[in-house]
Design a protein around this ligand. Structure first.
Ligand code: ZN
Length: 648
């Protein structure tokens, strides 16, 4: 057995018979002659004439896959035509890096020798959607519900580090990986320093590989490349007073192209990690729909490919060089109704992706939905570890030295309980917390009760926090000279935290809202945009709330109201007669002034009708609007949730 750390629930141990999957009988087995006492990692990016279409819809590009020079996994690839050469001045770049940890092959790391075969035990420790949560997240963001329906406080990178170290002590053949959104939409302690502290904390924890997620693109590709290679911020410099070395770990971006012909990816498509005589490929990717959910500047010049098709296209290349153990790190996910280590009725985009993935792919480590699950889908282990560092997925693999393939894969979602903080990382985080303190601790308003970011019972609808954010955006743009706005619409995904009534550490009384707390609610730095829409267009926008896989109900300002029926057909869920401003139904031909943030104004979250808004006027930053509202309206009470009504 493994760690002595508490695992509060019975683990849903899933054992897979993966032995057959992906094994080839054509002699392309792994090279077992490698040193058993070192591990190395090679990132490789094919830059050849891979057949490229913008939307590969078939599962198998097959024959056109060129058999190019296989990357030598024991040495630097040094692929000078790699993508970084096209986008940075650093011609060596991360592509040329080979890491060689010295994780020893302890006697415990291998099991029974059966007929020349040895099973090497490899442990993957995985998490996703950390979003720069260096400090233990507050409120609902820092809790996990246990099977007895009680909630436990979890998260904080100093605690995450302790759990990683304890699990690593069980098996030195450990690889720490992430499924994206490490950074972006992060609290002030990280965001104020352009998320550099989060990258450095991950270096200390020993993260090896991360997929890019949509939020990695929040500040554009060149800023993301800086996260990898280091260097000071082009405008703010090294604002923490120390140089920024960049990530020791590798960003992977198999489906993010800087060039389609030939295919060049923003970061390597995969990394091959060698330890104890076996090799594991990690393919990293973000969701294909990333451009729909980041601002236009964030994905400028990039093309995002279908996830399964792209991963499958890489499989023959990996198998050609004898790599059979294949893990996909993907920033796309699903949902399930069970507890954090279960898999009850799994749904969402990850299901179809897992079903489409080549049988040679053994394990899928997913994210993006902030859900926790431990599933088997289409004979693949499919996991996700909630968000914000609350959980760590402990995946135990057995890999055959004879076939190179994964023979068993089991997983447990482990609670990142707050028992013991890593002292070095605690001190590191405290440094940044102190640097941010003068700004973060500034009191900007008060509230009379907690404002929740999620609607009651998590049903599609209005939340008290969302309502206040929308009200703040209306208040900032209602004056005639500032846009004459009548309605504000806010995307629920942009409401990032609760505002808690109980006093935070360091606060003297309950109900105080600090700038840091407000920042956590509105961290994106979007600006407000006032536009003119007709009543018919507003109706169309409201219908688009229900056009995706998951309902995406907008948060609306005071005075605006509508009703929807979840059982009505898509496209007819909102009764036009129910859409009212000040109690009066909107007229289809009449125009109204509507405020949204710049993300929605660009058609974000699939609200393409907002692209048609006319007479646009730019407004203030969303956080400034929010802070001003709190300053002027305090104490702010939770609004009644009567603006959106769900009908049968
Ligand atoms: Zn995401």
């Amino acid at each position: 057995m493994k760690s002595s750390l508490p695992r509060q629930t019975p683990a849903l141990a899933l054992t897979l018979a993966l032995a057959a999957a992906g094994c080839t009988s054509d002699g392309t087995t792994t090279d077992t002659g490698s040193s058993g006492s070192s591990s190395s990692s090679t990132t490789a990016e094919p830059t050849t004439t891979e057949p490229t279409t913008t939307e590969p819809t078939t599962a198998e590009p097959t024959t056109a896959e060129p058999t190019t020079a296989a990357p030598d996994t024991t040495t630097t690839t040094g692929n000078t035509t790699g993508p970084l050469a096209t986008t940075t001045t650093d011609s060596t770049g991360p592509l040329a890096t080979t890491t060689t940890d010295t994780a020893s092959s302890s006697s415990s790391s291998s099991t029974g020798d059966t007929g020349g075969d040895t099973l090497v035990k490899v442990q993957l420790l995985a998490f996703n959607d950390l979003h720069g949560n260096l400090e233990p997240p507050a409120g609902s963001s820092g809790k996990i519900t246990l099977p007895d329906d009680s909630k436990v406080d979890v998260g904080g990178v100093a605690f995450l580090a302790t759990h990683v170290a304890a699990l690593r002590a069980d098996n030195p053949n450990t690889i720490v990986v992430s499924a994206g959104d490490l950074i972006g939409a992060s609290p002030l302690t990280s965001a104020l320093f352009h998320d550099e502290p989060t990258i450095e904390a991950m270096n200390q924890i020993g993260l090896a590989y991360t997929a890019v997620g949509n939020h990695e693109f929040d500040d554009g590709a060149s800023e993301l490349l800086r996260m990898q290679t280091g260097g000071c911020h082009p405008i703010d410099g090294c604002s923490d007073g120390t140089p920024f070395p960049g990530a020791d770990f590798k960003f992977l971006a198999a489906n993010v192209l800087v060039s389609e012909q030939p295919i060049k990816t923003l970061f390597p498509s995969y990394a091959i990690h060698e330890l104890d005589g076996v090799r594991i490929a990690f393919i990293g990717m973000t969701l294909e729909a990333t451009p729909d959910i980041v601002t236009p500047i964030g994905n400028a010049g990039l093309t995002f490919l279908d996830e399964a098709a792209r991963a499958n296209a890489l499989v023959p290349e990996l198998q050609a060089i004898g790599v059979e153990a294949i893990v996909v790190l993907i920033h796309e996910g699903g949902y399930q109704s069970g507890y954090y280590d279960q898999c009850e009725g799994v749904s969402g985009p990850i299901v179809a992706i897992a079903e489409q993935l080549d049988p040679a792919i053994d394990v899928v480590i997913s994210g993006h939905t902030h859900s926790a699950y431990n599933c088997v889908i289409a004979d693949k282990l499919v996991t996700s570890a909630a968000s914000f560092g609350r959980l760590l997925t402990d995946i135990d693999l057995e890999i055959s030295t004879l076939t190179g393939d994964i023979t068993t894969a089991t997983a447990t979602n482990v609670l990142v309980t707050r028992d013991a903080a890593d002292p070095d990382i605690s001190a590191f985080v405290a440094t940044y917390k102190d640097l941010a303190a003068p700004l973060a601790n500034k009191q900007i308003g008060t509230i009379t009760a907690t404002l929740d970011r999620y609607p009651p019972m998590m049903k599609p609808g209005l939340s008290t926090m969302g309502a206040v954010v929308a009200d703040s955006q209306l208040a900032a743009t209602a004056p005639v000279m500032l846009g004459a706005a009548q309605i504000a619409l806010m995307n629920q995904g942009g409401v990032r935290a609760d505002l808690l009534y109980p006093k935070a550490p360091g606060e003297l009384v309950d109900g105080v809202v600090s700038y840091g707390e407000a920042f956590a609610v509105q961290p994106f730095g979007n600006s407000l945009v006032v536009m003119t829409l007709t009543g018919a267009q507003i109706d169309a926008v409201l219908e688009q709330q229900f056009s995706g896989n998951v309902s995406n109900v907008l948060q609306v300002s005071q005075g605006f109201s509508f009703a929807y029926s979840a059982s009505a057909p898509i496209g007819a869920r909102v009764d036009p007669a129910s859409i009212k401003l000040g109690g009066v139904a909107l007229k289809p031909d009449q125009t109204y002034r509507v405020t949204v943030n710049s993300y929605l104004a660009a058609g974000g979250d699939g609200f393409s009708v907002l692209l048609d808004g006319t007479d646009r006027l730019g407004g203030p930053n969303d956080l400034d609007a929010f802070a001003d509202y709190l300053a002027e309206q305090s104490p702010v009470a939770p609004p009644a949730l009567d603006r959106i009504t769900e009908l049968p």
